[in-house]
Design a protein around this ligand. Structure first.
Ligand code: ADP
Ligand code: MG
Ligand code: ZN
Length: 507
């Protein structure tokens, strides 16, 4: 794509709205909901009835501060709620409670995978990217994180009419405004992915883009390399990862084409039509004066107690970047495994707990990826797994002890999946303990060696990698029930000629 851009450089800054996972709305006791019948989660406060007064939800503050801390922001000791005034049917008060010149937090950063260009704030893989990840990591700036409330929703075509549903009105949000530091659609998509992941891992947002709990406006401009920032357009409410890259790429191309024709880009708010794969103008951008911001008279300034802040700093869950770094560096996982296991906070938790119980990290990672995730279901911040960390740990231990083979482990896994049965009890009850009787296994080994004279000769001539082949043969003849540990040891011994020194092959 860069080939067609020539000397033009895209500049992108994202504004993300993330819904906080609170039990009640930002300023009243209603439950935030999705998909319930219209206007069943409302009260005088979120309906904007005259005289109703907002009361700030403390849990929303806690989550907003956690998010800001995870983004390395500076938290304001005192921030101020403001009224953002505009008229729209889904906004019954005629204003949205937001924050304006004194936001909750400023000056954060987020590490993203860069497109391998040389400029940028900082380079390197310090944020814990595993070796093997293509491209370097780069930090992009977070301008601010502020708290605000969501508006309602206009529903069209309900019984042939348009109605306003205020179930969503007053739902607590944070807006995360990013610096115009992104230089391609791919970087913007990566930023979004990592931001969503981060918010999910610290437990502040469920990341559900379809239901609108994680939404993004993309500001896009282009400029000649090295020139000052160009005029931007703002693409509204891109609600799917699939469209982000396409929408931004299309907008970059549209602007370059205009500028090359000698036209000017208008400061506009635009929508995106995913079917036609093109953006369309919604309105010229409102300037700030149009919103007539002023401090919210019904809410006092928000003070963040230093003790409360210090406690949250301590409580801050491990970020996905730190998890991946710890797993690859300290536990020896590959980059691929680390990224699969860090794809959801509950998956990461299951893995960490299994390892904490004493399981071998690499074996646990393999088993989780190969078996457990196949039957795992995630939904928002929740997930269900076929087994618990305790069951998984015991299953891996049985394999390690050589009590059951890998094949039997799968059978045990299938049998205990979705139940609270423990693997050891099941193995005992079913009489599954593997053939670990040396004599019986030795008999099979002799037969295998006799039937594979050529391979035996090759092995003895130094081709010790054939050990795996022999193990496979023995396993086949024992129906997978021989203890792998015993088979390996006995095979190495029997395959070696008496004068051979080694005989240890890799399996
Ligand atoms: P508004 O709220 O009107 O959209 P802001 O000043 O808060 O205005 O800017 C919002 C976003 O626009 C930020 O994410 C910022 O990075 C981005 N942005 C600002 N200028 C540009 C530009 N010239 N090109 C691309 N993005 C920009
Ligand atoms: Mg904006
Ligand atoms: Zn309410």
């Amino acid at each position: 794509m860069s080939a067609t851009l020539g000397d033009w450089e895209p500049v992108i800054g994202l504004e993300v709205h993330a819904q906080l996972v609170t039990r009640t709305k930002a300023f009243c006791g209603c439950t935030p909901s999705f998909g319930d019948p219209p206007n069943t989660h409302t009260c005088p406060v979120c309906l904007g009835l005259p005289g109703a007064l907002p009361v700030l939800n403390a849990e929303a503050v806690r989550l907003a501060v956690l998010a800001a801390l995870a983004l390395d922001c500076e938290i304001a000791a005192e921030s101020v709620f403001a009224r953002k005034n505009y008229f729209y049917p889904d906004l019954p008060k005629g204003y949205q409670i937001s924050q304006y010149d004194l936001p909750l937090a400023v000056g954060g950063k987020l590490a993203i995978r860069s497109e391998g260009r040389s400029e940028g704030r900082s380079e390197g893989t310090s944020e814990g990217e595993a070796p093997g990840d293509a491209g370097g990591m780069r930090e992009v700036g977070i301008t601010r994180v502020h708290m605000e409330e969501d508006a309602g929703k206009n529903l069209h075509g309900v019984g042939g009419e348009s109605i306003v549903d205020l179930n969503r009105a007053g739902t607590p949000l944070i807006e995360i405004v990013g610096e115009p530091d992104l230089r391609s659609a791919a970087e913007a998509a990566d930023y979004l992915k990592r931001l969503r992941e981060l918010l999910m891992f610290v437990g502040v947002c469920d990341g559900n883009m379809e239901q609108g709990s994680f939404r993004c406006d993309a500001n896009v401009s282009v400029r000649r390399r090295g020139a000052p920032l160009g005029t931007r357009t703002e693409l509204k409410n891109i609600n799917s990862f699939r469209f982000v890259g396409d929408a931004i790429d299309g907008e970059i191309r549209r602007q370059v084409a205009m500028l090359e024709r000698g036209e000017r880009v208008r400061l506009q708010t635009r929508g995106y039509n995913a079917d036609k794969r093109e953006s369309y103008p919604l309105r010229d951008k409102e300037n700030e004066a149009g919103y007539r911001y002023f401090p919210e008279p019904d809410l006092p300034p928000l003070s963040i107690d230093p003790g409360f802040l210090a406690a949250l700093r301590v409580d801050l869950p491990e970020t996905p970047a730190k998890k991946r770094a710890r797993w690859t560096e300290a536990l020896g996982l590959g980059a691929g495994a680390a990224s699969v296991l860090a794809s959801h906070p509950r998956i990461a938790e299951l893995f960490d707990r299994t390892v904490a119980l004493g399981a071998d990290a690499v074996k646990a990672a393999n088993f989780v990826q190969a078996e457990v995730l196949r039957d795992a279901r995630t939904s928002g911040l929740e997930a269900t797994f076929p087994v618990t960390a305790e069951q998984l740990h015991e299953l891996l231990a049985l394999m390690d002890e050589g009590a059951i083979s890998g094949k039997q482990a799968k059978e045990v896994f299938a049998a205990i999946s979705g139940t609270d049965r423990m693997p050891r009890a099941l193995v005992a009850e079913r009489g599954m303990a593997v053939m670990s009787d040396e004599g019986a296994i030795e008999g099979v080994i002799h037969a295998v060696i006799a039937d594979n004279a050529k391979q035996t000769e090759a092995y003895r001539a130094g081709k010790t990698a054939l050990l795996g082949y022999f193990v496979g043969q023995v396993m086949k003849r024992t129906g997978g029930s021989a203890s792998p540990a015993v088979v390996n040891a006995l095979l190495a011994r029997h395959l070696s000629t008496p004068e051979a020194t080694g005989g240890e092959g890799e399996t």
